[in-house]
Design a protein around this ligand. Structure first.
Ligand code: DX5
Ligand code: ZN
Length: 217
């Protein structure tokens, strides 16, 4: 899969003006929506009712990243909203294979995320159950952190496993993605790039998206 997809994260957007903030990134491939419960991560953002409204007005598909406990209970409800993809954390799921199947049968692409310290190896045999593997490149919870270069070998190993098994699984990276770090992430094999502060912090988000896309390819 070629490096392509830029998913701006609305975590860095103005939450009072979400509709116009979504319109500012209409050239993106998807919008990344960070759901946090102040338990799985030490931060609180938004939940199902707000995701429903974002889904109703967004000019681009929704890529929902659930940083919440009890993913088995909640993730299918996000799929039911009609979003393009739902990503749960492996650390928060009791039965990740069953959950991924439920998401797919609910009409969403199934994503699974790994915290920086979670190894990818125990999950390699279930890659075929996923549409996307999210390798966190910062500790989840906050925007504006620095990209963890120590995650590059994990991205490489995951990408090799996907290629080796000839699976259509996207490798997403999230955290600290800039015009500079995206080059290293793409070289390591990432194919989908979440960018919060580097898009919403720019004067011209459309230009920032174009620059990221160019740097990734
Ligand atoms: C962090 C979130 C990210 C965040 C990335 O836990 O999952 O999606 O918005 O923000 P930046 O791109 O600023 O690191
Ligand atoms: Zn995220």
């Amino acid at each position: 899969m070629r490096s392509c997809c830029i998913h701006p994260s609305i975590l860095s957007a103005d939450f009072v003006n979400l509709q116009s903030e979504l319109d500012r990134i209409s050239s993106a491939d998807s919008v990344h929506v960070d759901v946090m419960d102040n338990s799985f991560v030490p931060n609180l953002t938004l939940g199902l009712p707000v995701v429903k409204r974002i889904q109703a007005v967004s000019p681009v598909p929704l890529d929902v990243h659930l940083m919440i406990d009890d993913a088995d209970r909640w993730a299918p409800e996000y799929a039911a909203v009609g979003v393009a993809s739902v990503t749960f954390h492996a650390e928060a799921a009791q039965a990740p294979i069953r959950l991924a199947r439920e998401l797919r049968s609910g009409g969403a692409r199934a994503g699974m995320a790994l915290r920086p310290v979670t190894a990818v190896e125990p999950y390699l045999d279930m890659l075929g159950e996923l549409d996307m593997l999210l390798i966190m490149t910062v500790e989840p919870g906050f925007g504006g952190q620095s990209f963890l270069d120590v995650m590059l070998p994990k991205i490489r190993r995951a990408a090799e496993a996907v290629r080796g098994a000839d699976l259509p699984v996207a490798i997403q990276v999230d955290g600290g993605i800039t015009e500079e770090t995206i080059v290293r992430a793409a070289e390591a094999g990432a194919t989908v790039f979440v960018a919060g502060s580097s898009v919403y912090g720019a004067d011209d988000p459309t230009a920032a998206i174009t620059a990221l896309r160019r740097a990734a390819s």
